[in-house]
Design a protein around this ligand. Structure first.
Ligand code: CTP
Ligand code: MN
Ligand code: MN
Length: 515
């Protein structure tokens, strides 16, 4: 394995110099004050940003702890934690200070007087009575647990996130999702706003929602969203397979707010949407793990029969240990590079010949539009699978059913139907990209987003469902020579994914659970 690029360490400045706004070295304005910002809990990017800010204001900020450092600045660390860290170093700066001293000094443009509240050693005593939480800022650095101690808070934030996503406001959606994920990672229920000081990803809006719930028992914004006609219409319409936020918004503007109104309107629906409407109730009912396993067996048999030796893995929420999901996701590959080419249409044809899938949408044909956020180029298929009800399973062939038209579920009670419709996603990857595909399709969506953000911002690497690149090597060689994982190709894919996950997510080595 090619060793990872070490973070570039800028040597400490010789003499008392700073950098002015044009980047030129200038004599430090405050020669008695030599600062060092502790990266622990602050994070590399924030530390770099704050250091740069200090230098611009004429402060001497050292990259490394040295004898000349007089003031150590830390964020979200207790005095005991910093002293424990200093024990492993040779240097003992005169002042151990909280970030508040630094930000106040930045604001004033000179080092402010050191007050008791700035000193790390005193902070712990003052805060002894309230437990202040602290979590790493990227979701991929946190262990996620199935025990959520703050469901009231996270439910409200998730609802607001969903509403933002349905309204095509991606940025706001991500902000609420991040805030919810941070609160979900806390070891105890939040009882006071002061416990949240210093937690990452809690923006002004999210904090307002939390405050509302702590003070009033519920978030008025979440409650009014839940009641709003627009939210309910968006939810009902996007519940149709093949209908995204944009289509739903267009229909709502045309006065369509319910399935009934959609049917009455005579809107032209594409093939996916027609099937989505037909199987609306089934598709909006959660899929269980048992159903996922039953589908897995059927798909695997079809895959192996059209390409012996092909391998299939369960991905998505079920791979993270979720007990239910909105669909079932599978990744297919073959140990011999290239053998997977053209596999998807064969698998789909095989499943259709068995009447197992009711409607399959190869993306290249007429599938639902792929979300703009998605950039991977794997061959995939969104399908609606016809799964025999439990008592019927085990029959050698699934039943053939030929009903058509959108009325079925309304006119035919579900209990007479010997099968249910389940959404199934299939993805095919070449073996050389399998590790990246497996990691990229395991989710959750926020975890993947954060992992990529962390790789980019903190490690200067680009991660996708296809590869991991060292950005520096790319810019130097300019052609794909930056794939640092090429030497892993001889390694078994599962081992490779484990290594990749360990490399990228040091805090999450064990089985992943949902965020
Ligand atoms: N994914 C993707 N591009 C898409 C859809 C999904 O890359 N257009 C990846 C994401 O990494 C996502 C994973 O596939 O996390 C699974 O997506 P999805 O089935 O939508 O979500 P799950 O996490 O499986 O949740 P659920 O159990 O509700 O299906
Ligand atoms: Mn899924
Ligand atoms: Mn899916």
């Amino acid at each position: 394995m090619v060793p990872l690029k070490r973070r570039k360490l800028v040597p400490s400045h010789a003499g008392n110099t700073g950098t002015n706004l044009s980047g030129e070295k200038v004599p430090a304005k405050f020669p008695q004050v030599v600062l060092f910002l502790l990266e622990r809990k602050m994070g590399a990017s924030r530390r770099a940003f704050l250091s740069q800010l200090g230098r611009k204001k004429g402060f001497q900020v050292e990259e490394m702890l040295s004898k000349s450092v007089t003031h150590l600045i830390s964020e979200n660390n207790s005095g005991a934690e910093v002293r424990a860290w200093l024990d492993s170093q040779d240097q003992k700066p005169a002042h151990l200070l909280d970030i508040s001293w630094y930000t106040e000094s930045m604001r004033e443009g000179h080092p402010v007087e050191i007050l008791d509240r700035h000193k790390l050693q005193d902070q712990r005593i003052n805060e002894a009575e309230v437990e202040v939480f602290s979590v790493p800022s990227y979701a991929c650095q946190r262990r996620t647990t199935l025990d959520n101690h703050n469901t009231t808070l996270t439910d409200a934030l998730s609802l607001l996130a969903e509403n933002a996503e349905l309204s095509d406001e991606e940025g706001r959606g991500v902000a609420f999702r991040r805030a919810a994920a941070v609160l979900k990672a806390l070891p105890k229920p939040v009882t006071s706003m002061s416990q949240l000081r210093g937690l990452p990803c809690l923006g002004e809006h999210s904090l307002r929602v939390v405050k509302d719930i702590l003070e009033n028992g519920a978030s008025s914004e979440a409650e009014s969203t839940k009641q709003s006609g627009r939210y309910n219409a968006l939810k009902a319409l996007t519940g149709i397979f093949g209908v995204g936020a944009k289509t739903a918004d267009r229909w709502i503007r045309e006065g369509i707010r319910s399935l009934q109104q959609l049917q009455d309107s005579g809107q032209t629906l594409n093939r996916a949407q027609q099937a989505g409407l037909e199987h609306y109730d089934d598709i909006n009912q959660p899929v269980t793990k048992a159903e996922a396993d039953a589908i897995g067996e059927i798909v695997e048999r079809a895959v192996v029969s059209v390409l012996p030796g092909a391998q299939m893995s369960l991905i998505g929420g079920f791979r993270r240990g979720k007990l239910t999901g909105h669909d079932v996701d599978f990744l297919i590959t073959h140990p011999e590079e290239g053998r997977e080419v053209g596999l998807m249409p064969k698998v789909v044809a095989r499943l259709e010949s068995q009447k197992t899938t009711r409607n399959s949408y190869l993306e290249s044909n007429d599938g639902p539009a792929r979300p703009a956020s998605n950039i991977d180029r794997f061959e995939r298929c969104f399908s609606i699978f016809k799964l025999a009800k439990e008592e019927k399973r085990g029959a050698t062939q699934p039943e053939t059913l030929t009903e058509n038209g959108v009325q079925i579920l309304q006119t035919k009670p579900a209990r007479h139907k010997p099968w249910r419709a389940v959404r199934v996603d299939l993805v095919v990857s070449p073996i050389s990209q399998f590790a990246f595909a497996l990691l990229g399709w395991t989710g959750s969506k926020l975890f993947e987003r954060e992992l990529r953000r962390w790789a980019g911002h903190e490690k200067a690497m680009s991660l996708s469902s296809h590869a991991l690149y060292d950005n520096k090597q790319i810019s130097e060689s300019d052609v794909g020579g930056g794939d640092i994982c090429t030497s892993w190709f001889g390694v078994h894919p599962t081992v490779r994914e484990e290594r990749l996950t360990r490399l990228l997510s040091p805090y999450r080595r064990t089985k992943r659970s949902p965020i």
